[in-house]
Every structure is written in C-alpha cells, then in structure tokens.
Design a protein around this ligand. Structure first.
Ligand SMILES: *[C@@H]1O[C@H](CO)[C@@H](O)[C@H](O)[C@H]1NC(C)=O
Ligand SMILES: *[C@@H]1O[C@H](CO)[C@@H](O)[C@H](O)[C@H]1NC(C)=O
Ligand SMILES: *[C@@H]1O[C@H](CO)[C@@H](O)[C@H](O)[C@H]1NC(C)=O
Ligand SMILES: *[C@@H]1O[C@H](CO)[C@@H](O)[C@H](O)[C@H]1NC(C)=O
Ligand SMILES: *[C@@H]1O[C@H](CO)[C@@H](O)[C@H](O)[C@H]1NC(C)=O
Ligand SMILES: *[C@@H]1O[C@H](CO)[C@@H](O)[C@H](O)[C@H]1NC(C)=O
Ligand SMILES: *[C@@H]1O[C@H](CO)[C@@H](O)[C@H](O)[C@H]1NC(C)=O
Ligand SMILES: *[C@@H]1O[C@H](CO)[C@@H](O)[C@H](O)[C@H]1NC(C)=O
Ligand SMILES: *[C@@H]1O[C@H](CO)[C@@H](O)[C@H](O)[C@H]1NC(C)=O
Length: 545
C-alpha cells in the first residue's frame, strides 16, 4: 500500500534508495558521497502532546507524546504533502523505541527526507532544575538509538532540547550544560562503537548574546569526543514582514564565530501574522549561509499558538493545508541551497578552549559527569543495601521516589549522614560516587544509610510503607566493603553498551526522572542542596557508623 503511494510520489521527488550519510567538515555539513554541502530544508513533524499542567513549569513541557514515526497510515497520508514542501529533513521530538518505525522511516528515506531525532521523551529528559545523567537516561537513549540504527536517513540524534536556561530565569540553570556534554559524549561513543556515522546535536532555546555564545562554545569546546556535531538554535526573531537587518543581524554576528555546524532547529514566528516565511531567503542567502546550515520550520502539525501548517480532518484521514503552508512552500521552492564552501575548503574541525565561567551569565564546569555504569549500580543493588524501596511501577512512582529521596536525605542530614554520594554539581564539577545511578538505586542508598545510621531500628526502614528491610542483609561493615568493591576502579568514561534486556535490580523499570522541570528529582535535589553542600565526600560511606 505504502509502495503504491511512493510510486506516485516519485513524480514529485526523485526516488532515492539509501540516503548518503551526512558528515561534518569544519563548521559545515556535507553529503559524504557527492561531497556537496548539506543544509536543512526541513519541517518539524510531531503532533503536540498534552502540556503538563504544572504552575511551576514556565516552559509548558509536554506530559505525553504521540510517536509520528510509528504511525504508518499517518506517514503515508503526510508524505505527498511533505513532498509539496520539497523538504530534505524532518525533526521529530520523541519516539517510543518499542514500536515499529519501518514504514515511516523507509518511506521518508525513499522520499529523500532525513530525520533529526530527539532522544528525550517527556518522561526522560535531563532536568534543567536538577540535572543528572543516569543509567536510566542513558539506557533509554540507547534503546531508541538501537531502534533507529538500521535506518540510513537518521542524520542526527539530538541529545536534549531547550534544557539549559539562563541563570536569571532558573537559578543555576547553566549547570545542566556539563550533563548535556556528557550525554553527547556517551551517545557519540556508543554510535561510533556501532560504526554509525549519525551525528549528535543539541537544540537550544534562544537567549541573550553572551549566554547563547557561551552555550554553543561550551558544547563544542575541548575535543571531538565531548562536543556536539551540530548546534541548533530554536529561533523566532523574524516576525511578519521583516528583514535581515532588523531580525537576524545580531544573531548572525554572534554565531559567525562558531566552529561547530549550526542550524535553526525551529523557526517561524507567529506574532505578526501572516507568516510570510521571507526569513527563508535570508537564512539560506548570502548574508547567513556561511554561518548556518539551514533550518527546520515549525510546525507541520498544529501546535499551540498557531504554528501549524496543516489540520487533519475526516477522522485524521485527510490533510488540509493553510496559507502559511502555501507561503512556506513557495519560499522553499524558490531556494537554491548554498554550495560553498566546498568540502575541500571547509577546513579542519576546530575544538576551542571552553568558555570561562562568569557569575552572572555562565556557570558550568568543564569537569563532566561520568559515564553511567549499569554494572556498578546493579552491584550496589545486589550487595550493598539493607533497606529498599518497594517498587509498584505505578505512574506516580517517579514522583514518589523523588519525595522519598528528599525525606531520606533530610533524615540522614539530621543524623550526621550525607546524601553527597548521590548528588552532584555541574557548577563545581563534583559528582557523587553513585550520582550516575538510577533514581531507585539512589533512594535505596539513602534509605539504607539511614537504616544503618540508626542501628537498623526497624522503624527506620518503613517510609510510610514504601520500604522494606532486606532479608539477610550484609552487616554495615560488609555493606561498606561491598560498596567499595562495586565502585572500585570505575572508569570515569567508557563506551557504553546496550542495556541488558532484563535488569536483575529493577533499576531500569519505570520512568526515570521527569521531563524537564516537573516531578521528583527537582524537589529532591533542591532539598539536598539547601541542606547540604553537594560535594563529594572524601570517600563513600565514610559517615556510616
Ligand atoms: C510505548 O509503547 C508501548 C507499546 O504500545 C506502550 O506500552 C508504552 O506505554 C509506550 N511508552 C511510552 C513512553 O509511551
Ligand atoms: C565496525 O567496523 C569494523 C571495521 O570494519 C568491524 O571490524 C567491526 O566489526 C564493526 N562493528 C560493528 C558493530 O559493526
Ligand atoms: C551563499 O553565500 C555566499 C557568500 O555570501 C554567496 O556567494 C552565495 O551566493 C550564497 N548562496 C546562495 C544559494 O544564496
Ligand atoms: C486548523 O483549524 C483551526 C481551527 O479551526 C484554524 O484556526 C486553523 O487556521 C486551521 N489550520 C489550518 C492549517 O488549516
Ligand atoms: C486524530 O488524531 C489525534 C492525534 O493522534 C487523536 O487524538 C484523535 O483521537 C484522532 N481523531 C480521530 C477521529 O481518529
Ligand atoms: C526567489 O529568489 C530570488 C533569489 O533569491 C529572489 O530574488 C526572488 O525575490 C524570490 N522570489 C520570491 C517569490 O520570493
Ligand atoms: C552530629 O555530630 C555532632 C558533631 O560531631 C555531634 O555533636 C552531634 O551529637 C551529632 N548528632 C547526631 C544526631 O549524631
Ligand atoms: C547553585 O549551585 C551551587 C554550587 O553547587 C550551590 O552551592 C547553590 O546552593 C545552588 N543554588 C541553588 C539555588 O540551587
Ligand atoms: C509512600 O510514599 C509516598 C510519598 O511520600 C506516600 O504518599 C505514600 O503514602 C507512601 N506509602 C505507600 C504505601 O505508598
């Protein structure tokens, strides 16, 4: 069925069988076979999920998602319409790795459409208010990568979207940057271990000049191993009937010094309708094309605020396009993609020194969090705990785990114990010895510490019925020795491998820490950092008596 639709499509778009890998050279992207320069002529492709109804969430994070790349009928319906836009890329924000994506990915591939795929989901994102980089997060990212490695047209895996914020918007919000860099490092190492040439990106919200300059410099500094291959800016500066000078000149100046390939990972301001999409000519034209590798118009599907280019009618079977769509179509149709510089002239990839921290604008250590280590966390689970959380796998579990970490850490603090080993700071660059473990392992650590510090008084391992003492638990001394052994000689960074399908510890079950701002860990770490200085203690478990 899909095949017959694609045959029809061939009239619109040349049929290609396997898309060529796109590679980075200097600050540009090239087709690795034809050596021609690549620029994104794209559109965002995902229906909006419900937005979180959280008064503390000023970013209106979605609370769920619909996987557009698992919707074969939807892709089949949309391909001819996307074909009218003559795009070469879509961006998709969240997918479910357990579903089948063959139909959509093959159809897009055959239509010459690359995919920029975000790895985070509403239930699994680095949390800007309390960042961490854990086994849960890495394993879910790897599951998604494994589900998409077989598709030639995944151009980039995006490790996070709009996580790093300005310090004056959210206190300490730039400290998420080291966690993003660590995620890019581990995802890149994993991809290379699979011989994948897919690129790694981060997409940022827009902001003041110094902040956004520090951010793109930080994410592309120091070494290839710890840098993104593409930096995306979600940019909405060109509104209505504007021009380069009024809307983009400042941004162009700031970003022209970039050494990393850049894209507008979203564009299409709606505040002065109608959208004329005249920014397309500017972005791809002489004033900007030596700095930017194109962009992704937002959004194919309706999105809150009037960003949609189409509506679905007739039980979602039919697509209706609007005038915005027609104007974008005309602008994209009129484009000549930049062909210079040639690959031979693109120069070397450059990794400069990381930006210097400054108190009011940029606080981010260049000491990155370690690679999350499943084996170490499982070893702790099996050998080092005396009191454990009773898992229910309920939808509330992630929030309950966060609350219980708060409680256990408060109790520990009152008893001269410490949650330092499960905490960390992207500002100081200190990360607790088990800060990379999944939230439940962190909770089990805190509860076991409290249980032990109170001489295993049975009332200390209850937590309102959420915890149970481990039968035949090792003595505190044995537990300490076991923990030391689990954590002995851990490499700070290594090439991650695919998670085991069944985890004996249950450490991979349930959603991890929440989307970007809501849920358990935000509270947890807030309390931890208010109560204690989150620093690594001289040695793990030293406070255990
Ligand atoms: C992924 O899909 C599976 C199978 O339909 C479903 O059980 C699961 O809840 C989905 N996960 C997410 C995060 O949507
Ligand atoms: C990657 O390529 C190398 C060299 O061709 C090969 O030896 C190795 O088996 C490949 N690895 C994978 C995971 O395909
Ligand atoms: C891209 O920019 C260069 C340098 O300004 C210019 O010569 C070229 O014509 C531009 N390409 C397109 C397609 O506008
Ligand atoms: C979609 O429907 C809404 C509500 O009827 C309308 O305001 C909007 O213009 C429509 N968009 C398109 C793309 O047709
Ligand atoms: C159309 O699709 C949306 C999003 O997938 C879904 O919520 C809605 O129920 C669908 N409507 C019909 C009539 O199938
Ligand atoms: C098409 O592009 C050319 C060259 O960039 C430009 O001069 C012309 O105004 C554009 N046409 C439209 C309809 O935007
Ligand atoms: C905590 O340590 C301080 C100083 O060593 C001591 O005075 C206090 O009694 C201890 N409190 C508890 C609850 O052990
Ligand atoms: C910001 O981070 C620093 C260093 O880790 C910490 O001391 C401070 O308490 C944090 N501030 C807030 C508001 O979380
Ligand atoms: C577990 O902890 C949560 C959050 O502190 C609490 O609401 C709940 O009553 C506790 N007990 C059980 C059995 O869930």
């Amino acid at each position: 069925m899909l095949f017959s639709k694609l045959c029809g499509l061939a009239v619109l778009i040349p049929l290609i069988h396997a898309l060529n890998p796109i590679t980075r050279r200097g600050k540009y992207l090239y087709d690795s076979v034809t050596n021609t320069r690549f620029s994104f002529k794209g559109v965002a492709y995902q229906q909006q999920g419900a937005t979180a109804n959280d008064p503390n969430d000023q970013f209106a994070e979605p609370s769920n998602f619909l996987d557009p790349l698992a919707d074969s009928a939807g892709c089949k319906r949309d391909l001819p319409v996307l074909g009218q836009l003559q795009i070469n890329a879509i961006r998709t924000y969240s997918v479910n790795s357990t579903l089948n994506h063959d139909d959509c990915m093959e159809a897009f591939n055959n239509a010459g459409i690359y995919v920029v795929l975000d790895l985070s989901t509403p239930g699994n994102s680095i949390n800007r208010a309390a960042p961490e980089w854990t086994t849960t997060q890495l394993d879910e990212y790897i599951s998604t990568i494994n589900a998409f490695l077989k598709y030639d047209n995944v151009l980039a895996f995006n490790v996070a979207n709009e996580v790093v914020a300005q310090l004056d918007v959210i206190p300490n919000a730039t400290e998420a940057a080291p966690y993003i860099k660590a995620a890019a490092r581990d995802v890149k190492a994993f991809l290379r271990s699979k011989n994948s040439t897919a690129l790694v990106s981060y997409t940022s919200t827009d902001g003041p000049d110094t902040w956004r300059q520090n951010l793109f410099e930080y994410l592309s500094c120091d070494s290839d191993a710890t840098s993104v291959d593409i930096f995306g800016l979600n940019n909405y500066e060109w509104c209505g009937d504007s021009n380069f000078q009024a809307s983009y000149a400042g941004t162009e100046q700031t970003f022209s010094i970039s050494t990393v390939p850049l894209m507008f990972s979203e564009f299409g301001c709606v505040t002065s309708p109608p959208r004329l999409w005249t920014e397309v000519a500017a972005l791809f034209g002489p004033e900007m094309n030596q700095t930017w590798s194109g962009g992704i118009a937002f959004s194919y599907f309706p999105a809150e605020g009037g960003y949609g280019l189409v509506n679905l009618t007739n039980n979602n079977e039919t697509v209706v396009t609007n005038e915005d769509f027609a104007r974008l179509q005309a602008q994209y149709a009129n484009l000549t993609l930049p062909s210079t510089p040639t690959e031979a002239d693109a120069g070397q990839d450059v990794f400069s020194a990381c930006p210097t921290p400054s108190a009011s604008i940029w606080l981010a250590s260049t000491n990155l969090p370690p690679t999350p280590n499943d084996e170490a966390c499982q070893c702790l689970e099996q050998n080092a705990f005396s009191c454990k959380f009773i898992q229910t796998n309920s939808p509330q579990e992630s929030a309950i785990v966060g609350e219980l970490i708060n409680t256990a850490c408060s109790l520990l603090g009152q008893n001269n114990g410490s949650c330092d080993p499960i905490g960390g700071s992207g500002i100081t660059g200190d990360y607790g010895a088990i800060s990379f473990c999944d939230p439940i392992t962190k909770l089990n650590y805190a509860m076991s510490e409290f249980f032990d510090i109170t001489n295993r008084n049975p009332v200390s391992c209850n937590f309102d019925g959420n915890a149970t003492a481990v039968p035949n638990a090792p003595s505190p001394t044995q537990a300490q020795a076991a923990a030391s052994s689990c954590l002995a000689n851990l490499a700070a960074t290594f090439t991650p491998t695919s998670p085991a399908t069944s985890s004996g510890s249950g450490s991979n079950s349930g959603p991890g820490s929440s989307g970007s701002t809501s849920g358990g860990f935000k509270t947890a770490v807030t309390v931890i950092s208010l109560t204690w200085v989150v620093m690594i203690s001289a040695g793990l478990w030293t406070l255990l008596v």
